[in-house]
Write a protein that binds this ligand. Structure first.
Ligand SMILES: [Mn+2]
Length: 329
């Protein structure tokens, strides 16, 4: 296992960034012609990080809808996005040229940028159908670790979709083992309601380090989201784009540790095409607000998750952010 991210701030980092992307593309099972497109996009994104952003991270991973490359920086932002997309266009202080190449190389492309706050670029090669609500998720291991103890999964049942974010206690391989078990159990129970799934996790994680877990579930067509959480995974629900978020409350405790009192019920919330749910492990600070980033919620849920992760990351623990969006996306 190797980290999914690489810091890129000098020309010598471009080759390793391309190699990271190629490994992820092969691991995702993409055909060679597509792997070549991923390599091209990674080269352009890494070169842009060196030339225009003062450095940043390139992330290559398998997301809910496909293999994804993310370029994350805290640079000056792209002042004129439409012009920067034209081949050959570049000015000092912008991410500049090459983004047109990335857009053509990818199946899906997204970019969000704010002046003096940075830029997230997303390139995706689809490996999964998009049905109903869509999900973006990004996770990074703690500094110095190769694997993350945080994990996410998306499970489709009959007429419903369940998302899980899980933080294995501590970090490193033992934390990763706990969260891997949680993900496997969620996949074995695609039709379980959140409370039933949490019960299965409380039993199934005994013998591991234990974990903090949040589970949300949308039943297609009902206009409702069900939520249950135990331990320190934060959840914020935005009923629509104009509403301020509300925090969904988790019960304190460690899933798998046994002694804590479990939640007695899940909670039910309105859910519509314009709704957004953001789940984040405690590797992310809770001191962020979508209001500080106007326009972000118009973007792909993966871009939303990556932006929140990048700007809220405490950079001392594993971190994972998942964004679940209503069907409008
Ligand atoms: Mn943690």
């Amino acid at each position: 296992m190797t980290r999914p991210d690489l810091w890129v701030d000098q020309p010598g980092h471009v080759g390793p960034a391309r190699a990271l992307a190629v490994r992820a593309a092969r691991a995702a099972g993409l055909p060679q012609a597509t792997v070549d497109r991923v390599a091209l996009a990674a080269t352009e994104l890494a070169s842009n990080l060196v030339r225009h952003a003062g450095g940043g991270s390139l992330v290559a991973h398998h997301g809910p809808a496909g293999m994804e490359l993310l370029s994350l920086d805290l640079g000056p932002g792209i002042a004129r996005i439409s012009e920067s997309m034209r081949d050959g266009f570049s000015t000092a202080g912008t991410l500049g040229a090459g983004l047109g190449t990335v857009r053509r190389a990818a199946d899906e492309f997204d970019l969000f940028s704010l002046p003096d706050a940075g830029t997230v670029v997303l390139a995706r090669w689809r490996t999964a159908e998009r049905l109903g609500p869509v999900v973006g998720a990004v996770g990074l291991p703690a500094p110095g670790e190769e694997v993350s103890g945080d994990a996410w999964t998306v499970v489709r049942g009959a007429g419903l979709l369940t998302v899980l974010v899980c933080d294995g206690l501590g970090h490193g391989p033992a934390a990763a083992a706990a969260s891997r078990r949680a993900v496997a159990l969620a996949r074995e129970h695609p039709d379980a309601d959140p409370l039933t799934l949490l019960g299965a996790l409380r039993t199934g994680l005994v013998g591991t380090r234990g974990a903090a877990v949040a589970v949300a579930q949308v039943h297609h067509g009902t206009g409702r989201l069900r939520f249950v959480g135990m331990g320190n995974v934060s959840a914020r629900l935005y009923a629509d784009r104009t509403s301020s978020g509300r925090r969904l409350v988790s019960r304190p405790g460690i899933v798998g540790a046994g002694q804590a009192r479990p939640p007695v019920a899940d909670t039910v919330h309105p859910w519509g095409q314009e709704s957004l749910l953001v789940l984040a492990t405690d590797g992310a600070s809770e001191r962020w607000s979508l209001d500080d980033w106007p326009g972000l919620t118009d973007h792909d849920p993966t871009t939303v998750a990556a932006w929140v992760l990048w700007h809220a990351n405490r950079r001392r623990d594993d971190v994972c952010v998942l964004a679940l969006a209503g069907a409008r996306w």
